[in-house]
Design a protein around this ligand. Structure first.
Ligand code: TYD
Length: 219
């Protein structure tokens, strides 16, 4: 059993291009300004092993079966929980985490059609059932997400991209992202207390305002 968390785990979810990392940065600033210890992490990654797994899952030159993909994300997550999240939460830190279990439920359970229940089961094992205190779901249409992603890629040039150019998941078609968006919406409907949907098509300062309001009771 994991120790009871004293800090807070706030996860940020949504399609690629929804603006999660921009929000994480701004929200961390707001929370820190109120005198809280805050740490921002991303998945897959955050610790050495998980960053290596990140390179593997993004590499377009590798064949990765759907079940393998689910297990790789879960393995990266297990290491992050053990090595970083559990100690941070035990020390009272507020952790802002860019993607967590819901990403696997939506992308592998929905997008890859492995089923939310199956993917949830391996993630319960991986995380020892660590649950977010709150989840911000940045809602954006798949088309708008893709457009923003393309802008980002152009703006950053090749150097700002993955060393493989477009990553393996970004190569997927529209159906894949539509299925992910549907899966996220279903998760939010089932757990409205934990998962707060935010309209990510708004200007960034509005998204930040809504996000802050959605976590204020935890601070
Ligand atoms: P990343 O570059 O971090 O994308 P983003 O900035 O949109 O978060 O790459 C993470 C990719 O991995 C992204 O396409 C979503 C995918 N992913 C899953 O499919 N399952 C998961 O459990 C996680 C954490 C991410």
């Amino acid at each position: 059993m994991l120790p009871v968390a004293r800090g807070r785990l706030i996860t940020i979810e949504g399609l690629d291009g929804a603006g999660k990392s921009t929000l994480a940065l701004a929200l961390a600033g707001d929370i820190a300004a109120r005198g809280h210890a805050v740490e921002t992490l991303r998945e897959p990654g955050g610790v050495g092993l998980s960053e290596r797994i990140r390179e593997l899952v993004k590499d377009p030159s590798l064949a990765v079966a759907a079940r393998t993909e689910a297990l790789l994300y879960a393995a990266a997550r297990a290491q992050l929980v053990e090595e970083r999240l559990t100690p941070l939460l035990a020390s009272g830190t507020i952790v802002l985490l860019d993607r967590f279990v819901d990403s696997s439920l939506a992308y592998q359970g929905g997008g890859r059609r492995l089923g939310v229940g199956e993917v949830r089961a391996i993630n319960l094992f991986a995380t020892g059932n660590l649950q977010p205190d709150r989840t911000l779901l940045l809602r954006i249409s798949p088309a708008a997400g893709r457009a923003r992603q393309a802008d980002r890629a152009r703006g950053e040039g090749e150097l700002g991209r993955d060393r493989f150019g477009r990553d393996r998941l970004e190569n997927e078609g529209e159906d894949f992202f539509a299925a992910i968006a549907d899966a996220y919406d279903e998760l939010a409907q089932v757990e409205p207390e934990r998962i707060r949907a935010i309209d990510a098509s708004q200007p960034p300062e509005r998204v930040l305002r809504d996000a802050f309001a959605a976590v204020a009771d935890l601070l």
